[in-house]
Write a protein that binds this ligand. Sequence first.
Ligand code: FMN
Length: 215
Amino acid sequence: MPNRDVHKMRESYNSSILLETDCNADPFLQFEKWFSEAVEDKIFEPNAMTLATTGNDGQPSARMVLLKAYSHDGFIYYSNYESKKGIQIQDNNKVALCFWWAKHSRQVRIEGIASRTPKEKNEIYFHSRPRESQVAALISDQSKVVDSRETLEQLYREKEKEFSDKEIPLKENWGGFIVTPYLFEFWQGKGNRLHDRIQYSKEESGAWKIERLAP
Ligand SMILES: Cc1cc2nc3c(=O)[nH]c(=O)nc-3n(C[C@H](O)[C@H](O)[C@H](O)COP(=O)(O)O)c2cc1C
């Protein structure tokens, strides 16, 4: 492995300025504004977000997941409840989400509490997925060690055959999480590394406090 120095990889961000006065008082509506702009501008997978979790051992773990719905109740993604992240959330339901929309030089950070979505909601979403994704969810013990790709493909073929004329069942270990935020940060990359950072933190009254953070 060469000792590769990448310090010359340096982009300059010259997007629009983010002032407190431009920010919506409601962080969900601010998110909606930025997300809509990412969709309109055809940013690739704008709903891809990093999910960070930490289990009992205090070791943080991060991976990408896809945002499937959001509202004032929170941000929903779907996964396996017995995966590494599922188990870490059982131990510690405090999680963080992070979006990066490079084309707009924008990052959104969210911290909050993850809880399982109701079974009925999971059923509806699960059966709306392509059939292949449903079979894959059925056979995958996500995050467990498998001996080979062939084993997975064999299992896939078996289940595909078994359920060829039946509805694919939703396993108990598969479903959604909704992340209810208590902190948002909207980061707008600017020239000279003087980036804009606007943080919203939820107060006990339920109101959102807006502050600017140093870049
Ligand atoms: C762009 C992208 C989107 C992903 N979306 C999901 C998702 O919505 N749900 C999911 O369980 N895994 C998703 N994955 C896979 C996860 O990153 C991860 O490999 C998997 O969930 C197992 O993580 P864990 O072992 O930490 O639980 C996605 C990966 C990428 C690269």
